[in-house]
Ligand binder design. Sequence first.
Ligand code: FE
Ligand code: ZN
Ligand code: FE
Length: 192
Amino acid sequence: MALKDVLLEELRDMYSAENQLVKALPKLAKGAKNPKLKQLFKAHLDETKFQVERLKRVFNELGEKPTGQHCNGMEGVIEEGKDALEKDEEGASFDSGLIGAALRTEHYEIAGYEACISMATTLGMAKIAKLLNSNLKEELAAAKKITAAGAAIMKQSAQEPEAPKKPKSGKEKYSAMKSKEDEAKASADLKK
Ligand code: FE
Ligand code: ZN
Ligand code: FE
């Protein structure tokens, strides 16, 4: 498989990831308690919609269709965002969970765009690399703004009382079981 084919697959993956975020970001915006954080999620939703359009331009340049590949990674990262939205934490602590989830989505996108840009540059596709770089810059800026807003939110969260221990939900029990499996599977290799 030539590099161009790899790039095409990665770009379709990004296109799917951005489309998934168009659906997920309004939920984060709705869930966020802090008005600044809420506004950041809304603003990034607008950017994300434009990023989808920019990716369409990339596919136009390539003379290819944008669909064909579902991004499993983003599906997983968004699933963790859903977990954060289901937590019944206090205001700032709840938001702190959303920040962790949102930063994961941004950095996942950053990794994807960086890989695509390297490939496009290697292939001498300057115009495509430039379009992708515009999306990358927005992701980097979004992550920076979320981190900056997070500082005050986390300070507040640190003042909130610890939640009383509650019985684990089915989903949480399953997650705890899987984490033990992860540890057990690694243990032999960790001893090497
Ligand atoms: Fe994006
Ligand atoms: Zn993916
Ligand atoms: Fe983003």
